[in-house]
Design a binder for this molecule. Structure first.
Ligand code: ZN
Length: 448
């Protein structure tokens, strides 16, 4: 709560600073001075009478002087506003030494550069991205451009673990997997392997479609979903139907709501025509919803009190489909919907206060944090930032890791693999929780 108050007062100071005369006014005045000067130059150059020059110069003096003063006033106001925000920032958020004892990313500059470039590209900051990539590459010139390897591998591996079940010999593979970053050569993370132009084109398309969605035009998004329907369906995505459904509802609302031309393509008859033309392909998967959409016609005069009220509410419909569209678009590119860099930085910032507290506490006690795989405390992250469930072995009380994954044994109980190996006599083990016995080869790895 304390942090919230600090933030509130900071936001307050910032908005005060924003209310001050903008620097655009100063720029305007500078333009005015330039115009005064160039006009005078033309007058003097075109004059026959030699007195014109001195006369023009004299006339010029006062307006130039006052305009300069105005520019200075603007600059002073702006800089004092900046200083005030800076002071407020210092006051509420004094500089603190960050714990840098364990800089696990310190040796991975190429990875960090890649993540930054990727973030800029996916946020649509194409100009900044290409400058960044150019600068990184000028600093680290490479003799050979890297080959066409899979460009989009910065995504977190949410699905992960296929083919790992029950494989007792995967320890080496795991080690390589988790240390993949360390064993790869820099070339793998060369920014040219990003195929930034290709990505830029893709994201430009995404932002164009999003812009249309913002303007409540669904057609480009529907066309994209149709063109990619095979891949989307393979992912179990309903995006194309969701978009088409919203288009039906949008037309149904009529010109008073959707602002489209009042003709046979709009309103209820327009919606019906749309449904007849486009809903057929969705019948096998969404018959019930299509029936509901059609039945709603009967309630058209009084939709608000009908059972279909919810289906036809469009308050957040466009933002919702825009979010689904972004998610699906990114996933077809092999990327997560949210920028991993953004997530990592935000999660890091949220965890930082506890980390700092912990470091101070351990330093004063002279103890050290030795577990490399897990943090020694809980991090207060919101649900949206939690991607992997954590399993703690009920016997060893250790958190499972890549190297010591959770295993399910035939009776259904779950243990960490190392625990299981310790329990093993020969090839057999006895479950510590029930009277069952099992064979090591029947234990299956669980991917959470
Ligand atoms: Zn059991």
């Amino acid at each position: 709560m304390e942090a919230k108050q600090k933030l509130d007062s900071l936001v307050d100071d910032l908005s005060k600073a924003n209310k001050l005369p903008r620097l655009s006014a100063a720029a305007h005045d500078v333009d005015k001075i330039i115009k005064l000067l160039s006009d005078a130059r033309e007058q003097i150059a075109g004059a026959m009478d030699p007195h014109t020059a001195s006369l023009t110069m004299t006339k010029l003096q006062n307006p130039i002087k006052t305009t300069f003063e105005k520019v200075n006033d603007h600059l002073k106001a702006a800089s004092s506003a900046h200083k005030k925000v800076g002071r407020s920032l210092d006051k509420h958020f004094p500089l603190q030494q960050l714990p840098t004892d364990n800089d696990s990313m310190g040796d991975h500059l190429p990875l960090i550069n890649r993540a930054v470039a990727m973030h800029l590209l996916r946020e649509g900051q194409f100009g900044v991205a290409s400058t960044f990539i150019d600068e990184v590459q000028t600093k680290n010139p490479r003799a050979t451009p890297s080959s066409f390897d899979e460009p989009m591998d910065e995504d977190e591996d949410d699905e992960g673990g296929e083919g790992d079940e029950g494989d007792e010999d995967d320890t080496d593979a795991d080690a390589d997997g988790s240390l993949g970053l360390a064993v790869s050569t820099d070339d793998d993370y060369d920014l040219s392997s990003l195929h930034s132009q290709e990505l830029q084109d893709k994201f430009a398309e995404m932002y164009q479609i999003l812009q249309h969605l913002k303007a409540q035009n669904l057609i480009p998004a529907i066309e994209w979903a149709r063109a990619n329907s095979f891949e989307l369906e393979a992912r179990g995505s309903n995006l194309e139907f969701e978009l088409s459904k919203l288009q039906y509802v949008w037309l149904f609302k009529g010109p008073a709501v959707n602002g489209l031309p009042d003709d046979q393509h709009n309103g209820r008859s327009g919606a019906l025509t749309y449904a007849r033309r486009h809903f057929g392909r969705f019948q096998s998967r969404h018959l019930r919803e299509i029936q509901q959409l059609a039945s709603a016609m009967v309630f058209a005069p009084n939709l608000a009190t009908s059972p279909y009220h919810q289906t036809f509410s469009i308050d957040s419909a466009f933002t919702d489909v825009a979010a689904s569209f972004t998610r699906e678009f990114c996933s077809l590119l092999g990327l997560s919907a949210e920028s991993p860099l953004y997530l990592a930085v935000t999660a890091g910032a949220l965890a930082l206060p506890r980390l700092m507290k912990y470091m101070l506490a351990t330093r004063s006690k002279g103890t050290e944090w030795t577990t490399a795989q897990e943090l020694p405390f809980e991090t207060p992250l919101p649900e949206s930032m939690l991607f992997h469930s954590i399993f703690v072995c009920p016997v060893s009380k250790e958190q499972t890791t890549e190297h010591n994954p959770p295993m399910v044994i035939p009776c259904g109980h779950m243990l960490a693999r190392e625990t299981l190996q310790k329990l093993c006599k020969g090839n057999r083990f006895k479950c510590p929780y029930c009277p069952s016995e099992g064979l090591m080869k029947d234990a299956r790895r669980v991917v959470l």
